[in-house]
Design a protein around this ligand. Structure first.
Ligand SMILES: [Zn+2]
Length: 333
């Protein structure tokens, strides 16, 4: 079975596995380009080598950092969340490696699977909470243990950053529907834990106001992918997420929050009709397929990628566990 190169794998993973934390996570810098990622990994490799040489210097990666962050996680995490991590590591046969993220990271946590090292590496930025680790551990569980699929580059296609950003966006929104449902089932709070306040404040509050003011698209608070030519997709994602949030968790949100999301939806539908029509197509996919099952989830990924004209570049594939819990990600068929 063909395997993806290191570059293929890393670039196919990064976008899908970054925690959605609202405005920050949707900046155009995200997802990181594969070149930048490789460079970072090389730097991290060098630093981790230094740390292994015995210097306990503070650095972003290495056994000392891993031990420190892991220790701090187990000190502060609630039992359900510690259990989730330990159980997932046992089921997957791989330990999560904790890495300190760079200051400038726009997401608080992300967890790409590094196939060269055969390590799920969780990058945590200052200010991380146990729920951020829970979110990433849940991604790892769905992808490595439960057979949920991924969008990944097809063989022999050119890897354009714009396409990467687009399929990363689709993937993040679909996968997070599953992650969020699982975290809610674990007893985490929808408002503030599963969904961070940023989404309500940056998008539902601010973007609504900007649209009401009649601002043009480049200035409407949802322009994150405009320069890459995927502005429609970006806005569609916000509406899809808002509709699903109310459908699935209305009873777990305060009246104030519900009113905020409803106003966003209503304003969006009035001001952005083309994007709304596109979002309705995607919402129909969610109605027809159960995103909470691997088959339904993968079908939504496939069909949404098709709506966006991405299937020439990417397809759905799934991690394969081999000897000694080594994982490969075959090219999509
Ligand atoms: Zn996520």
């Amino acid at each position: 079975m063909p395997r993806l190169s290191r570059r293929n794998i890393i670039s196919s993973l990064l976008p899908g596995l970054a925690r959605i934390t609202g405005f920050d996570a949707r900046s155009p810098e995200r997802p990181v380009s594969s070149r930048k990622t490789i460079w970072r990994l090389l730097v991290l490799t060098a630093l981790s080598g230094m740390a292994m040489a015995g210097d306990d210097i503070p650095g972003p990666a290495g056994p000392a950092v891993d031990a420190r962050l892991r220790g701090s996680f187990f000190e502060q995490a609630r039992p359900a969340i510690s259990n989730l991590l330990v159980e997932t590591e046992n089921l997957g046969g791989r330990k999560m490696v904790f890495v300190a993220a760079e200051e400038g990271e726009s997401v608080v946590a992300r967890c790409p699977y590094d196939v060269e090292r055969q390590e799920p590496r969780i990058f945590l930025r200052q200010g991380w909470l146990d729920v951020d680790v829970a979110h990433e551990a849940m991604h790892m569980r769905l992808d490595l243990v439960e057979g949920f699929g991924m969008l990944a580059w097809r063989r022999d296609v050119r890897h354009a950053d714009a396409v990467l950003a687009a399929f990363g966006r689709v993937q993040t929104y679909v996968k997070d529907e599953v992650v969020h449902a699982r975290l809610v089932k674990m007893g985490l709070k929808v408002d503030g834990e599963v969904i961070r306040p940023n989404l309500f404040d940056s998008i539902y509050r601010n973007a609504t106001r900007y649209m009401e003011e009649g601002r043009d698209r480049p200035n409407d608070g949802m322009a994150h992918l405009d320069k890459l030519g995927y502005g429609v997709l970006c806005r569609v994602c916000f509406l899809v997420q808002a509709e699903l949030l109310l459908n699935n968790y209305r009873d777990k949100l305060s009246p104030g929050r519900i009113a905020l999301v409803e106003k966003f939806i209503c304003t969006f539908r009035a001001q952005r009709p083309a994007e709304s029509a596109r979002a309705d197509k995607i919402l129909e996919l969610f109605r027809r397929n159960d995103v909470q099952t691997p088959a339904g989830h993968d079908e939504i990924l496939r069909a949404w990628a098709k709506v966006e004209g991405l299937v020439k570049f990417v397809g759905v594939t799934c991690y394969r566990k081999e000897q000694e819990s080594h994982y490969t990600l075959p090219f999509p068929e």
